[in-house]
Write a protein that binds this ligand. Sequence first.
Ligand code: IPD
Ligand code: CA
Ligand code: CA
Ligand code: CA
Length: 264
Amino acid sequence: MEGKWEEIDQYARQWIAEAGQRIRASFAEPLTVETKENRNDLVTNVDRGIEQFFAEHIRRQFPGHRLLGEEGFGDELAALDGVVWVIDPIDGTMNFVHQRRHFAVSVGIFEDGVGQLGYVYDVVFDELYTAQKGKGLFLNGEPLGRLQPAPVAESIIAINGTWLMENKRLDHRPLVRLAKDARGTRSYGSAALELAYVAAGRLDAYISPRLSPWDFAGGMILIEEAGGIMTNLDGKPIDLLNRSSVLAAKPGVHEEILYRYLRG
Ligand code: IPD
Ligand code: CA
Ligand code: CA
Ligand code: CA
C-alpha cells in the first residue's frame, strides 16, 4: 500500500479502537436519548460525542480531508473530490439504546469517489472488519476468502420485516416472493453490520430501500473487496452523496434477486 494510505489506515484504526473503548465505557454512564425525525429515530449523547471525536481528530491530523457524518459535525459536501471520510459513529442506535449490542462504528474513506479503506467495528463482539482497495477483506487481521456464487434457494437474506408488508416506499410483493424462496431471512438492525456480514459470507444478501451514505460507505468497501456486488435496487451504481436503496450480495444471488424478483 502506498505510504499515504498506510498512514491514514493507522490513524483510522487507532481512532476506531478508541471510539470503541469510549462506547463501552459509556455503558456505565447515564444515557441521554432524544428523537430526531420521528419517535423511533433515536440519537444519544454517545452518537454525537463519537462523531465529534472523529471530526476533531481528522481535522487536526488531516486538515485537507473532509468528513461526511450523520450527526452534524461533518462538512457540507457537494462533490466527492479529494479525501472524504464517511462516518457513522453508531450504526444501529436503536440496538445500542435497547440492547447494548448489535451496533457498529462504520468508516469509509474515499479519494475522488473511489473507496480506499473500509471499516465496520462491532464494538461489543470486538470484531473489526477492514478492507483496503485491492488487498481483500480482513476480520480482526485475519484474511477472509472471496465470496462464491450461490442461488437464492440456498441463501440467507437480510431484510427488515417492514419491507415485506404493504408500505409507501416500494412494492412489497416481489420481496415476499423472494423471502419465501430463500433459505431464510434475518434482520439485525444495523446496515453496517449486515453489509459486513454479507462481505464475510455470514449472510448471502442484504436489501434496504432507503439508506444514507454513512450507513453503507464502510460496508460498501468491504463488499467490493470480498468480491460481492453492491448496487441500488435498480441495479445501478450507488450515489455516495445521497440517500439510496441498497442491494448487496454474493455474485449469483445479486443477479438472481435483480432479474428474477425486482425486475421480474
Ligand atoms: C440505521 C440502521 C438501520 C437501518 C436504518 C438506519 P442508525 O442507522 O442502519 O439498520 O435500517 O435505515 O438509519 O440511525 O442506527 O445509525
Ligand atoms: Ca440515526
Ligand atoms: Ca446508520
Ligand atoms: Ca448512526
